[in-house]
Design a binder for this molecule. Structure first.
Ligand code: 2NL
Length: 341
């Protein structure tokens, strides 16, 4: 009688275990069968007290065997579940380690940096050194050594950011060239690109911070013909086409004679349009032959040496090249602007 119920319990339970779908279901079955209180096997064993000693031992063995079999089946089924769920996870969550990593987003140089480097490359190919210098300068390097009189309005606080102690933020890159003349000595060829500062009220065409590039060549018997040759070569490289230039008189205290250099308008070819304001010509840069006082103030004998010098605004050049109508975009750091280049 007990034999039968043990066997039936065992085979019925094995079938339930085999068809269980979840770990929770298995746990319910485990409690029902093997639970210390009210588990089916415990209930059966309660009937054993009434049996003869020999019979009790035999049934005890049967019960133990059934218990072990069921425990084994429960554990095995549980194992299956975790194997299946691991397989499912591995299937869903795989990563291809052979794919290239995404890496940082690629940026690019600022349009001003780009035009500066193009002009640097050109002048290096023509034998010029590219010089750098400090943005905080002395009054001597920025004004006195350039033959700019003490009364010149450019020195006023309206134009110059003066610092405590008499130094200033350089208002042009000329002080770099003064340092160059003093350290290199003649003959020399150099350019000085860089950031300059003027105390301007900011609007669409004025910034307190902008970029310039100046250059100079000092040798024996340098003429305006040399100047025109180098300026034409530079402007042809910048605009990537042949350009016609003209000189008009222009005053800068550090050159004599001094010129404003124009190019024939690249938009209309010289017939007149909005860009050249109907004149056919567009102003590009200032230039001239280095003033004898400037040479002397940097220890160069003007009876033996002379040279040409020029200065142009990189910021303005970039605005012309790309048709940018407001100078404030260039220093804004606005990605909507920068990502267009
Ligand atoms: C302009 C005009 C110019 C120079 C810059 C220069 C520098 C030294 C000596 C002589 Cl150390 N000249 N630089 C000469 C003529 C014009 O710049 O309008 N620049 C944006």
């Amino acid at each position: 009688m007990l034999d039968r119920s043990i066997q039936e319990l065992e085979s019925g339970s094995l079938a339930r275990i085999a068809s269980a779908d979840t770990a929770e279901e298995l746990e319910t079955i485990r409690v029902e069968l093997l639970g210390r209180k009210g588990g089916a096997l415990v209930e059966i064993s309660k009937g054993m007290g009434k049996l003869a000693a020999e019979e009790r031992a035999r049934i005890g063995k049967l019960l133990n065997g059934a218990k072990q079999k069921l425990e084994g089946a429960l554990d095995a089924r549980l194992q299956e579940f975790s194997a299946v769920s691991l397989a499912r996870k591995l299937d869903a969550e795989w990563v291809d380690l052979t794919l290239p990593a995404p890496g940082p987003r690629r940026g690019h140089l600022h349009p001003i940096t780009r035009i500066q480097q193009e002009i640097e490359d050109l002048f290096v190919s023509l034998g010029f050194a590219v010089l750098d210098g400090p943005e905080v300068e002395t009054e001597d390097h920025n004004f006195d050594a350039l033959n700019i009189p003490a009364t010149h309005p450019a020195r006023d606080a309206q134009d110059t950011f003066w610092l405590d102690g008499g130094d200033l933020l350089r208002t042009h890159t000329s002080p770099v060239q003064v340092r160059g003349m003093r350290s290199l000595g003649p003959p020399l060829r150099m350019i000085a690109p860089g950031r300059v500062f003027r105390n301007e009220s900011v609007d669409a065409s004025h910034e307190h911070t902008f970029y310039q590039l100046e250059g100079m060549m000092i040798d024996r018997e340098v003429s305006v013909a040399h100047l025109i040759y180098f300026m034409k070569t530079m402007l042809t490289a910048i605009f990537q086409r042949e350009v016609s230039v003209r000189l008009r008189p222009g005053f800068f205290p550090f050159v004599e004679p001094g010129f404003e250099l124009d190019i024939q308008c690249l938009i209309c070819g010289g017939t007149g349009c909005q860009v050249c304001k109907q004149s056919g010509w567009v102003e590009q840069l200032g230039c001239g032959l280095v003033h004898p006082n400037v040479l002397r103030l940097s220890g160069i004998d003007p009876d033996e040496w002379n040279g040409f010098a020029f200065g142009l605004g990189l910021t303005r050049l970039v605005m012309m090249r790309y048709g940018i109508d407001d100078i404030r975009w260039l220093q804004s750091g606005d990605l909507r602007f920068l990502e267009q280049f």
